[in-house]
Design a protein around this ligand. Structure first.
Ligand code: ATP
Ligand code: MG
Length: 245
């Protein structure tokens, strides 16, 4: 028998992700559990909490890790550009469509697609998303041929999507399809015990890349950092340390 009898290390940290507070341990545990499945995952958390890091970790820990990881920022493109980015288009389907184009869902075949800022998609686009979420089928813009994809879907939002559903800005059916497993990443102010560890991590990082050596940060400075509310979360802390170095 070849069974691995070592105890599961489910709450162990994830590579490159710092913080050993209880709330983060729960995030690591959930991330590890969900990574092995093909379930859609919705990552929720304020800006700068590490949603993209967790999305990456899910892909890396999954059976799809040798496949592509494709990230699309849904907030960065207009509706029609996003549609052709995601689904592709055929030549002549709109002004400027001079060539056929493969969409990102197809590009992520056998891998994972990460739909960042999913909250900024329009209701109309969400109809097309629903079909891929349910059937793993799509048509390129301007085409009638149906394409099947084997793509795992991760999505992130820094707004409460259920609230958007209530406001009529997000389709409830899409919400439930995405929200098979919700992973909520707590804001930094709810896990202040992670702050010293993060400061040390970023200090080492920026010392190294700037070829500097700042021995350490004084204890009262660490205390001050721990009592600040960090609206920009880990990203804000990271920027603070970079400036300090
Ligand atoms: N736990 C962590 N350990 C180390 N670095 C972190 C952690 N959380 C976040 N970061 C760093 O903070 C920055 C922001 O993280 P990330 O881009 O994953 O946040 P986000 O939740 O996607 O934010 P946004 O909603 O603004 O897109 C990145 O540089 C990331 O590497
Ligand atoms: Mg992000």
């Amino acid at each position: 028998m070849n069974a691995d009898l070592s105890p599961p290390n489910d709450s162990g940290s994830l590579p490159g992700i710092i913080g050993s507070s209880e709330p983060m341990k729960r995030v690591y545990q959930l991330t590890r559990q969900v990574a092995k499945s093909d379930a859609s995952v919705l990552l929720l958390g304020e800006t700068g909490t590490g949603k993209e890091l967790i999305a990456n970790a899910i892909h890396q820990l999954s059976n799809r890790k040798s496949g592509p990881f494709v990230k699309v920022n849904c907030g960065a493109l207009s509706e029609s550009l996003l549609e052709s980015e995601l689904f592709g288009h055929v030549r002549g389907s709109f002004t400027g469509a001079v060539n056929n184009r493969t969409g990102r869902f197809e590009a992520a075949h056998m891998g994972t697609i990460f739909l960042d800022e999913i909250n900024s998609t329009t209701l109309q686009l969400q109809v097309k998303l629903l079909r891929v979420l349910q059937e793993r089928q799509l048509e390129r813009v301007g085409d009638t041929q149906t394409i099947e994809v084997d793509t795992r879907i991760l999505a992130a939002s820094n707004r409460d999507l259920m609230e958007l559903v209530r406001e009529g800005l997000f389709r409830e059916d899409v919400y439930w399809r995405l929200n098979v497993v919700p992973v909520v990443i707590p804001p930094l102010r709810e896990r202040r015990e992670d702050i010293p560890e993060l400061v040390t991590f970023f200090l080492n990082h920026y010392n190294e890349i700037n070829d500097r050596y700042v021995v350490h940060i004084q204890r009262d400075v660490v205390h001050a950092l721990q009592s600040y509310h960090w609206p920009g979360n880990v990203r804000e802390l990271q920027n603070y340390v970079e400036r300090a170095v």
